[in-house]
Ligand binder design. Structure first.
Ligand SMILES: Nc1ncnc2c1ncn2[C@@H]1O[C@H](COP(=O)(O)OP(=O)(O)OP(=O)(O)O)[C@@H](O)[C@H]1O
Ligand SMILES: [Mg+2]
Length: 252
């Protein structure tokens, strides 16, 4: 009896390794392709860096011009960290078609473990990781794999970029519902005027504010082309971002 009590006490006394601090980051999705996910992700990186954080970036699945790796280059430039492009783009396929189709054509399956490994390596040199999605939200990545499996695997909350144009209410509300249905956290949304301001833009933004189940983290106006992410970052609301991403007061 005494022996087993002793053993239990010894077991309790055994040092338990401290749980690794969770890697902090956010997954950026959009209401569609070409609505400003990269611009807003880069803006977000600049904003987070202005808080004093060291920020890595990733776009784990991309399709398009392999030689240019446009999004990866823009994200890396914003982050200022010298990460290898093949780690920023775990899977990059040509041409610009749906990722699961591009992967099938390339006989190369998109693998979550590889994405998680690349993410962890990027996170080693950073306080925070901004991960850009691909296309919109309900994007198949494989026979059963969906884009939502990426933020789920990485344990990331989601920020939704809403391309402010006719139809955005439907796209934004459907996307928000799908994010929640997938069991993920919608940390906030950012409106982006990828085109000239839409008709009744103020009313549309008000409607989004009332109906989306997450705070508005900023509205980026139409910017002179090529759009400068530093300028866009000035339109993100620091206090809302800190709250949404649970950055507390440690970030300056
Ligand atoms: N607010 C804005 N003002 C002016 N141009 C913008 C704005 N937002 C985005 N753009 C431009 O629109 C184009 C598409 O933006 P971006 O590449 O960020 O979209 P995306 O959603 O990341 O696209 P993809 O689905 O290909 O990843 C880019 O040329 C970008 O510079
Ligand atoms: Mg992009």
């Amino acid at each position: 009896m005494e022996k087993s009590a002793h053993a239990a006490a010894a077991k309790r006394a055994k040092p338990v390794p401290a749980a690794a601090a969770p890697i902090r980051g956010v997954f950026v999705t959009g209401t569609d392709t070409e609505i400003g996910k990269t611009l807003v992700s880069c803006a977000l990186i600049h904003r987070l860096r202005s808080f004093g954080l060291c920020v890595a970036a990733m776009k784990p699945v991309a399709t398009g011009n392999v030689a240019e790796a446009e999004d990866a280059l823009a994200l890396r430039a914003a982050s200022g960290l010298e990460a290898p492009l093949k780690r920023i783009n775990s899977f990059l396929y040509e041409p610009a078609i749906a990722p699961h189709i591009a992967a099938t054509r390339a006989h190369r399956r998109i693998d979550l473990r590889r994405i998680a490994r690349d993410y962890e390596r990027l996170a080693e040199s950073a306080d925070f990781v901004v991960v850009e999605g691909v296309g919109g939200w309900m994007v198949p990545l494989g026979q059963r794999l969906m884009l939502a499996d990426v933020p789920r695997r990485l344990g990331l909350p989601v920020i939704l970029v809403v391309g402010l144009r006719l139809g955005c209410l439907n796209h934004a509300l459907l996307t928000a519902r799908a994010i929640l249905d997938d069991g993920l956290i919608l940390a906030g949304w950012i409106g982006n005027c990828v085109e000239d301001p839409m008709l009744a833009q103020t009313e549309n933004i008000d409607t989004l504010k009332q109906r989306l189940p997450a705070p508005c983290l900023g509205i980026v106006p139409p910017l002179a082309k090529p759009a400068d992410p530093r300028l866009a970052s000035g339109h993100l609301r620091a206090a809302n971002l800190r709250r949404a991403l649970a950055l507390g007061t440690e970030a300056r």
